[in-house]
Design a protein around this ligand. Structure first.
Ligand code: ACO
Length: 319
């Protein structure tokens, strides 16, 4: 008998502190007009210095457990997609595991930058379909505000902090994850990176980016990945109820939707309020849209993301 991966819970968490574009004017030489017209961003949530990625991840997990009424005790694997772990090691996932007192289960972080959650969906789906695990807690959690260079107006205006979570469970019905596609191309390592690392210079480093390189690659790679994922599960763009791309930039979101022939009305965008939260952006956007009643049971979603590396990918799933 075939086993499939259903989505049995969603959650998210955002730090309370908010920086508007007006607030950023006090930090760097910028304007609301420049930021909003080029990115669609109006504000971003910013973690306090004592608010760590693991705290955001735990709160996003609690939100999924509360919303779904699922007992944390059933979780048999924890995966966290993050570029901003609390420590170089141990993984942020083991901190979450310790909070929930889940003994003797595997927990690990994955690093695929903004595509981390899509990578996580493919890994979780493979684990469940191979019957290794039955209930996986997958979280995208980031505190990017801690690795932006607050003196660099080209990057600091783009990012925010937050976390989104999903509980993925084994099911006999062909629902949930219908297909996943993940890719990378190391040719682009110099276009988006942090200029530090344990082996490189024993520092954390700050985000460096060639914005126009990323913009050009994003629209092509996101639309191709989504087309490939649709093809793999024999669906067409007309079957999609909601397009949920990585929330980096409103112009990338709308250009990709247009290239795919998907209307703005079917496109979920939270970038105005959340900015770019990297691996957290997709689960955060989905959970927010479920809470607001936009995304409903049985809707088919097309997700896609691109991030440093470059890494990119897509996932088609039925809620
Ligand atoms: N406020 C005011 N002026 C600014 C700012 C700012 N925050 N940032 C840059 N500028 C200035 C530059 O200094 C430059 O001035 P100059 O001409 O006097 O030198 C001018 O604005 C134009 O700069 P560009 O970098 O050419 O601006 P561009 O139009 O390319 O827009 C942007 C920059 C918004 C980053 C764009 O390239 C983009 O959207 N790229 C996509 C990258 C992205 O979204 N990255 C997110 C992370 S990657 C990911 O998640 C996939």
């Amino acid at each position: 008998m075939n086993i499939y991966t259903k989505i049995s819970g969603f959650g998210h968490f955002l730090p309370k502190k908010i920086y508007s574009n007006e607030d950023l004017k006090k930090i760097v030489d910028t304007s609301d007009e420049w930021i909003y017209s080029r990115t669609g961003i109006k504000q971003r949530h910013i973690a306090e210095s004592n608010e760590l990625t693991s705290n955001l991840a735990i709160n996003a997990a609690l939100s999924a457990f509360n919303n779904s009424k699922i007992d944390p005790k059933v979780i048999d694997c924890i995966i966290i997609a993050t570029t901003t772990p609390d420590n170089t090691f141990p993984s942020t996932a083991t901190k979450v595991q310790n909070f929930f007192q889940l003994k003797d289960i595997p927990s690990f972080d994955i690093q695929a930058v903004c595509s981390g959650f899509i990578y996580g969906l493919q890994i979780a789906d493979s684990f469940i379909k191979s019957e290794k695990f039955k209930n996986i807690l997958l979280i995208g959690a980031e505190t990017l505000s801690k690795i932006v260079d607050w003196k660099d107006r080209r990057t600091c205006v783009l990012f925010g902090d937050g976390a989104g979570s999903m509980i993925l469970s084994a099911d006999k019905k062909k629902n949930g994850i219908l297909s996943t596609k993940i890719y990378s191309d190391g040719e682009w390592i110099d276009s988006l990176y942090a200029d530090g690392g344990p082996s490189l210079n024993q520092r954390v480093g700050k985000i460096r980016m060639k914005g126009q390189d990323i913009f050009k690659q994003a629209v092509t790679k996101l639309s191709q990945a989504t087309e490939n994922a649709l093809k793999e599960c024999n669906l067409n763009k007309e079957d999609i109820n909601w397009f949920v791309p990585h929330q980096a930039n409103q112009r990338i979101i709308l250009s990709t939707a247009k290239k795919l022939g998907i209307g703005e009305k079917k496109t979920i965008s939270t970038v105005e309020n959340h900015a770019n939260t990297s691996a957290a952006s997709i689960p955060l956007a989905i959970s927010s849209a479920v809470n607001s009643g936009k995304i409903k049971k049985n809707d088919i979603l097309a997700l896609c993301a691109i991030g440093g590396g470059l890494t990119w990918g897509s996932c088609i799933l039925k809620i």
